[in-house]
Design a protein. Structure first.
Lengths: 518, 368, 371
């Protein structure tokens, strides 16, 4: 169906062949090993190599290689070099053989936890560039790679895009280890599985798959794992790349996986049987699978009182409807079916438009373009400047346009309401989607009025229904109808009554809370 | 597109049956029925419903004996390659003809009420676009679509119920002195509105739980009957069977009787929602015919289904644009009503006879 | 191949969309008639004068009136088209006024264009004007800047406080086309100074007006017709031995029940009016808490007698003078013997020979009375 799938297959084969090419076993002599490494060392000035001797008589010659800046220097000095140079018992190797020493060092000398024995040159290269410390010993072909990476990271802060009035103020950071820990801390269940992947031929990004083993559907878990395994891209820069690579439908403006910046939200999704994908370098988690309704749900919904949440949720549905269709409705009503407008309003609208030289369609499109430009400008500018631009655009431009006879007062109101509604949608990707769909609706209404508008919504509905998120129907619980799920879609019921997990998401364990649990 | 894309649940079948039957027919139903049966038009709704009910029963019993109740497969097994294929093709042609009429009437209504100056061929294209788009997504999506659109039908029904207090009950009276001849004629006129149930012949194979098909189809049929009954009764209560004869689409006129604040024109609002109702039979039946066509030609669904559905949509377009004016369309709709009788009762009966006569062949087909 | 087709289809769709906008017409290009008046043509042999009231879009709060004469209603629209660039938006006509002469000729031909056009709402109000419609509009709009909203307001206001007929296009059409029904339409008049008011009711035989009754007779007419939700103020006078002992006003709400019996060819209609009311003013006693229950009884009795007297008078007039069923009671006979009497209900003798008996029951619940 998509032309690039075929190309990608060819590409993956090339990459595979590329990986296998220089897979040489490490020689045992240290000089030879260093010779092998030399081209690398010569090219990259941030790779540090240091020869030293293990304690003993005669001391065993050894060599340490690592990247500058990534490795925790104190740990390197204290836990590795110090222990090796002062406490390693080099003389034992005479009695027990050279190979013994690696095990010895591993067991008795190094006071760090993550050590791996590696034997191939390609593995050495990979380990060095992944940021591990690699140790070579003279006469021993095996090398040790030690993980004492320490990356300067941002503190855990309040999420920017998903701010909540009540509830946790912690947000994900760029470091995958911290993010995993943030989730673990909230979900202490031993059934929570963290599965690691390394994705991207060149970026070698760490990706983790998190799910609760006895809840999540094994079919989906297998599916996602397979898809992650089969990614052959050179660079993965965060979850958004993964999202695009594992989604089912490409020709759609709608996001098929939701991302969240909030660990508490991620845990909630895990408990509903969904899968969380974290990627190193991006401060958000991918939720697989996601439903359309979940894009209109916010984390406050579960914190605030249920009746209030129901009320708020209704507004979000309304916001989506208005964001998509208000300008289109304006066109359809004013230039196709004015009978539908109450007479008094009709006359005052006509009076407002009397001085405007453009047809309604053009008027709407001009305003739409202006507002899109204002939004784009505001996004990139620093906050205080962005606000100024917003005010200037909103008040001055609007007033001036009316005064100059370029726009009618009504269209300013329409565009303002539309823009406000757009940003009432809790998910930022859905905001972008709604902006695009709005243009489609405007065109449909401009050509065929109310009927075109109706056709536009029909097409949109069919499109949404035909989407699937990792095999789960996107529009569930509305199409297909899953009546038990209405309690968390149309409205939100009391948490004490959410006894079962959503039916829309396939899960193993359907029951959230058993009566006998109390 | 594999075969799992053509699976529907029995619950969805209810809504598909409803969606395939309720269409443009209902907008003129009160007039057509009361022209013959006077104030007893609503009885004709009930008597006319016997045909689809019998049809459902016959189809269900017909397929009971088969492991794979595929329409094309069964036709081949019972009638042989050539005759079986001919029967299937006739059925597909009937669907195309019928949906052409339905879409044409829908387009005419749209033209009169919403877009008087837009040429008909563009309106037809506009209606067939979502039809094609939905059909090309396969049976599962169409099933879901029917499910969600059913609620839109309910909105339209609620809109009608608003008018109930305006009605004058004397217009339905007296119940006695029933004119049997007129009722019979009205029953015949009602067939056009009930057409669509024969889709079960093809959809039967798609339903996941075969044992629930009968129940689901009957439930769907009763929803349709209820909906028609409410509509006809309300139209008669408001207009009476005499005034109604002056109105081409009484159900739409019905909605403009009362002034509603804010919405102003109820009938236009109704029509906007109507797209979800009026285009549905075309979606369902095109799906059925495109599927059968692929099965008939042993074409792989993955490669040719989308193309076939486009072809079907084009054929419907050509049929829809054929009639010269509305009178011709209504005449053709009358023929379509007869054809419905032929397909909904004639086909299952024919198959039953063949099944009875060739018992051995079925067993053979079972093992194959 | 499939992709190519898809792209092709999409392009085709875009082209058709771009070529579209067949129906696009921006609102400022519309003239929005709010009230239209129809009269017998003044200056030509046959034809119709159409007078239309528009709101003025360019100037706020102003309305203007325009009169065009033509062979038929459609012809006048063509005549309009030669003068103005803007198109007519017929969908928002609120009230149709018909001159008395035109109504006497029969309104059938003049509502046809309304019924036929799906864009015109069937809930527009019909009014017969005493005199000519053009005069009415021309005079009235001069001192009433919001005439286009005021006149429909007379009929849409939910809480009616007077009795007059509210007839929509649908009601009229329905009555004209249904056996045994005849419409009644409210009449309006305008004084030379521009003041306008509802003046009575026009009695129709099918689509042809046969008589006009004043406000006095309109009240029993509306009560007897049993119009849905009709309510209003009725003054009462209680007399005892020829002396007025009590006066006041009651706000009433009435319900009608009709029973019909048949004795051979004679039909007996029993009309029972059930009137409930509320005292609005009461002169005899200046105390809010009534001490004498009989006082209310007297009022009820007086009111019932008063309404019955007027009603019977109206029924006699109907049977002797108009000989059409303007009380909407034939339908009850039809509901029982539709087949047999279908053909005779339209004949004058049917109403003339019918025996119509009226019974009025008034109930004024009072609160605060001492037991």
């Amino acid at each position: 169906m998509f032309p690039f799938t075929r190309k990608r297959k060819i590409q993956t084969e090339a990459i595979k062949a590329d990986m296998g090419a220089d897979d040489v076993k490490l020689p045992s002599r240290l000089e030879e090993k260093i010779d092998l490494l030399k081209p690398c060392l010569a090219k990259n000035d941030d790779i540090v190599g240091r020869p030293f001797y293990l304690k003993g008589d005669p001391g065993l010659k050894a060599y340490v290689v690592h990247l500058e800046g990534i490795v925790d220097n104190i740990s390197l000095q204290q836990d590795i070099l110090r222990s090796l140079m002062f406490y390693a018992r080099g003389e034992d190797c005479k009695e027990k053989g050279l190979e013994y020493i690696v095990d010895h060092i591993y067991r008795n000398c190094l006071t760090v936890t993550q050590i791996q024995k590696i034997g191939n040159f390609s593995e050495v290269i990979r380990a060095v560039f992944d940021g591990f410390v690699v140790l070579f010993f003279d006469g021993i072909s095996a090398a040790l790679s030690i993980d004492i990476r320490k990356v300067d990271r941002r503190n855990v802060e309040e999420p920017v895009l998903e701010r909540a009035l009540r509830g946790s103020k912690e947000g994900f950071v760029e470091n995958i280890v911290v993010n995993t820990a943030l989730i673990r801390r909230r979900l202490k269940d031993p059934n929570l599985v963290v599965k690691k992947f390394t994705v991207g031929k060149r970026t070698r990004t760490d990706v983790s798959l998190l799910y609760v083993e006895d809840i999540a559907d094994p079919e989906i878990v297998r599916n996602v794992s397979e898809k992650l395994d089969n990614i052959y891209m050179d660079g993965i820069l965060g979850t958004s790349y993964l999202e695009q690579l594992i989604e089912d439908h490409h020709y759609t403006p709608f996001p098929q996986f939701k991302t969240t910046e909030r660990p508490d939200k991620a845990v909630m999704e895990l408990l509903e049987g969904k899968i969380i994908v974290l990627a190193d370098g991006s401060p958000d988690a991918l939720i697989i699978p996601s439903l359309f309704v979940s894009f209109l749900q916010a984390s406050e919904d579960y914190v605030e009182r249920p009746i209030i949440s129901f009320y708020h949720r209704f507004y979000r549905y309304l916001a989506f409807f208005l964001a998509v269709s208000l300008p289109a409705l304006y066109i359809a009503l004013l230039s196709f079916n004015p009978e539908l407008v109450p007479v008094q309003l009709l006359i005052s609208l006509a009076q407002g438009r009397d001085k405007v030289p453009f047809p309604v369609v053009l008027e709407v499109i001009i305003q739409e373009i202006i507002i899109q430009l204002v939004i784009e400008t505001g996004l990139r500018l620093p906050t205080p400047m962005g606000q100024t631009v917003g005010v200037v655009a909103g008040i001055v431009l609007g007033q001036a346009a009316i005064a100059a006879g370029l726009a009618s007062p009504a269209i300013i109101i329409i565009v303002a309401i539309t823009t406000i509604s757009t940003f009432a949608i809790p998910n930022s990707t859905m905001v972008l989607a709604s902006r695009l769909v709005r243009v489609f609706m405007i065109l449909m209404a401009a050509a065929f009025g109310m009927f075109g508008f109706s056709i536009g919504w029909f097409l949109l509905l069919v499109h949404l229904i035909s989407l699937e998120s990792m095999g789960v129907p996107y529009m569930a619980p509305y199409a297909p109808m899953r009546y038990p799920d209405f309690k968390d879609a149309v409205y939100r019921t009391f948490i004490s009554q959410m006894l079962k997990r959503p039916v829309s998401i396939p899960v193993q364990d359907k029951v959230r809370k058993r009566r006998e649990d109390g | 597109m594999d075969k799992s894309r053509f699976e529907i649940t029995s619950k969805q079948l209810i809504f598909i049956i409803v969606g395939s039957e309720v269409a443009t027919g209902i907008l003129s139903l009160p007039r057509v029925l009361s022209a013959e049966a006077g104030q007893h038009a609503w009885i004709a709704v009930l008597t006319g419903a016997l045909v689809p009910l019998i049809c459902i029963y016959l189809i269900d019993t017909l397929y009971r004996g088969f492991d794979d109740p595929d329409f094309v497969r069964v036709s081949h097994a019972l009638f042989g390659k050539a005759l079986g294929s001919l029967l299937v093709i006739t059925f597909i042609l009937y669907i195309i003809f019928f949906q052409g009429i339905v879409i044409r009437i829908f387009a005419e209504i749209t033209k009169i009420f919403l877009l008087p100056r837009t040429p008909l061929y563009i309106i037809l294209f506009l209606i067939l676009l979502p039809v094609y788009y939905a059909v090309s997504k396969g049976g599962r999506v169409v099933g879901r679509l029917n499910e969600i659109l059913f609620w839109i039908l309910l909105i339209d029904l609620l809109v009608l119920l608003v008018l109930l207090p305006l009605g004058d009950y004397t217009l339905l009276l007296p119940l006695k002195d029933l004119d049997y001849k007129g009722l019979l004629k009205a029953t015949r006129e009602s067939f056009y509105s009930y057409a669509g149930v024969e889709i079960l012949l093809i959809l039967y194979v798609m339903v996941r739980k075969k044992e629930e098909v009968f129940k689901a189809a009957i439930v769907g049929q009763f929803i349709v009957i209820f909906f028609y009954l409410v509509t006809v009764v309300i139209a008669l209560l408001i207009f009476g069977f005499e005034a109604i004869q002056q109105l081409t689409w009484p159900v739409l006129n019905l909605l403009s009787v009362r002034h509603v604040a804010v919405l102003e024109r109820l009938e236009i609002v109704f029509l906007l929602f109507w797209l979800g109702v009026g285009a549905r039979p075309a979606i369902n039946l095109s799906l059925a015919s495109a599927y059968s066509f692929c099965r008939l030609g042993r074409l792989s669904l993955a490669r040719y289904y989308v193309l076939t559905s486009m072809g079907i949509a084009l054929a419907i377009y050509l049929v829809a644009i054929w009639p010269r004016d509305l009178i011709e369309v209504f005449q053709l709709a009358n023929y379509a009503g007869f054809l419905f009788l032929l397909t909904s009762l004639g086909y299952p009966l024919l198959y039953h006879i063949a099944k009875f006569m060739r018992k051995g062949v079925i067993n053979h087909g079972k093992t194959a | 191949m499939g992709k190519l087709l898809k792209v092709g289809l999409f392009i085709l769709f875009c082209l058709s969309s771009l070529a579209g906008c067949f129906d696009a017409e921006d609102i400022e290009n519309f003239n929005i008639p709010l009230i239209a008046a129809y009269d017998v043509a003044e200056n030509r042999e046959e034809g119709v004068d159409v007078t239309v009231l528009y709101p003025n879009v360019a100037q706020r709060n102003r309305e203007f009136v325009e009169k065009i004469s033509g062979k038929a209603i459609g012809d006048t629209r063509a005549g309009r088209g030669t003068r103005y660039p803007s198109t007519l938006l017929l969908g928002d006509i609120q009230v149709a006024l018909y001159g008395k002469d035109l109504a006497c000729q029969g309104l059938g031909p003049y509502i046809d264009n309304y019924v036929r056009d799906p864009r015109i709402k069937k809930s527009l109000f019909m009014v017969v004007v005493e005199g000519r419609g053009d005069q009415f509009l021309e005079r009235a709009h001069k001192i009433n800047p919001y005439l286009g909203f005021e006149i429909p307001g007379l009929f849409t206001s939910k809480k009616k406080n007077q009795f007059y007929a509210v007839t929509t296009l649908h009601d009229f059409f329905h009555a004209v086309n249904t056996a045994g029904k005849n419409p009644v339409v409210c009449t309006m008049e305008v004084l030379p100074n521009g003041q306008y008011r509802v003046s009575g009711t026009a009695i129709f035989k099918k689509d042809r007006m046969i008589d006009v009754v004043g406000m006095d007779e309109t009240i029993p007419l509306i009560l007897l017709r049993g119009e849905e939700g009709c309510c209003g103020f009725i003054p009462f006078v209680v007399k005892k031995d020829g002396k007025v002992i009590d006066k006041g006003t009651v706000e009433i709400n009435s319900k009608r029940k009709v029973r019909v019996q048949r004795e051979g060819e004679k039909f007996i209609f029993y009309i029972k009016l059930k009137i409930t009311g509320r005292l609005v003013e009461h002169y005899a006693t200046n105390r809010l808490i009534l001490e004498d229950k009989n006082c209310i009884k007297d009022i009820e009795k007086a009111l019932a007698g008063q309404i019955k007297k007027e009603g019977v008078k109206l029924i006699h007039r109907m049977q002797d003078e108009w000989r059409v069923d303007c009380l909407d009671i034939t339908k009850y006979a039809l509901a029982k013997w539709r087949k047999e009497i279908k053909d005779v209900v339209e004949e004058e003798t049917f109403v003339k020979n019918a025996d119509i008996r009226l019974e009025v029951e008034v109930d004024i619940p009072f609160w605060g009375a001492k037991n």
